[in-house]
Design a protein around this ligand. Sequence first.
Ligand SMILES: NC(=O)c1ccc[n+]([C@@H]2O[C@H](COP(=O)([O-])OP(=O)(O)OC[C@H]3O[C@@H](n4cnc5c(N)ncnc54)[C@H](OP(=O)(O)O)[C@@H]3O)[C@@H](O)[C@H]2O)c1
Length: 369
Amino acid sequence: MTASPGPIAGGGGRPEPCAAIPAVVLGGTGYVAGELLRLIAAHPRLRVAAVMSDSQPGEPLADAFPHLGAVYGDTSFKPQAEIQELLVSAAQCAVFSAAPHGVSAPLIDSLLTAAASAGKRPRVVDISADFRFRSAAQYEAVYRHPHGAPGRLQEFTCAVPEHLARLETPHVAHPGCFSTATLLASVPLLSLELAVPALFVAGVTGSTGSGRKPVCGTHHPLRHSDLYAYNVLSHRHAPEITACARAASGVEAQFAFVPHSGPFARGIHVTVQAQLARPLDTAGVLAALRRFYAHSPFVRVTGNAPRVKDVATTNYAHLSAASDGRTVAVTCAIDNLNKGAAGGAVQWMNRMFGWPETEGLTAPAAGWT
Ligand SMILES: NC(=O)c1ccc[n+]([C@@H]2O[C@H](COP(=O)([O-])OP(=O)(O)OC[C@H]3O[C@@H](n4cnc5c(N)ncnc54)[C@H](OP(=O)(O)O)[C@@H]3O)[C@@H](O)[C@H]2O)c1
């Protein structure tokens, strides 16, 4: 594992400056799709070519995303058949899937099969959980339904960009929001052998983490002004975190994960605690984290406690740490929809097309949101 990324093996060459690659977004009316559309609107090398909606084909994007109306006022959602036509005809294409798990894999499979029949090889970043495991059996043990495209699992790598120098597969599975924050905090502890590989993780997420559809238990009126744990030590992301941490660090670690619902809309805050493997004070841990992420433009290691508001709406991650000589605690704040989903996906797509990793992603936080 290394913290300095590079272009992917066999990447399709560097496009001409300012050539805009058509981007396709699946799961079009969802929260993550909305964040993808916001980011792509400001991206110098991507342009939105089509946004698929299963539930609202033909309807204006601006109805689902009024905050994006000034950019996408004339654009409507497309049905799957039109997305397929585009992929069959476009020389290159960047596909982002923000569909739910279980839906994403068969959809991506069908689109890639159609594109391949015309000799086209679009690049895919799947933000759902469908391609996070290497085997269908691992997926099925967690998600309790058959995998939708087991034949494609080896075409995807699941990692945060900061933890993989060279991508060897044509497509990427985004690890997700809780996992991104947990991995950014944990992998240095494991890779540098700073901590005993038994980690205790408390994570707090904002309500957008549960998506657009309000259901009992995740609906914002029930969550605001409240704080509570859920799926304690049994959350579906724990095995995904374990697998990603193993791939990134080479260490088989245990993660005791306790997620919480936070009283805010955007953001994730994670605290990872472990027993130190050797004596190290706070300054030593901070210095190790800074060295580890020295070439990671989106990771900022700070002596101050990371705050969700300082990273909300951005692709940045703020990390800090403390040690009492026996126990180390690393804290991390990210935006769940951006770094934890859409921004991390664009970061990967930048690398897949051989562009600077930061392209279109460096806008600072608004502050006081
Ligand atoms: N929210 C986060 O913070 C976050 C972070 C990391 C990863 N993720 C993952 O990213 C994906 C999108 O998350 P989200 O928060 O944007 O979810 P969401 O708001 O619920 O949106 C998902 C979209 O998928 C589409 N869809 C297609 N078939 C569907 C079906 N059978 N049931 C429900 N929706 C269906 C719908 O759009 P159309 O009807 O327009 O097609 C829906 O709006 C999920 O896989 C999620 O696990 C989310």
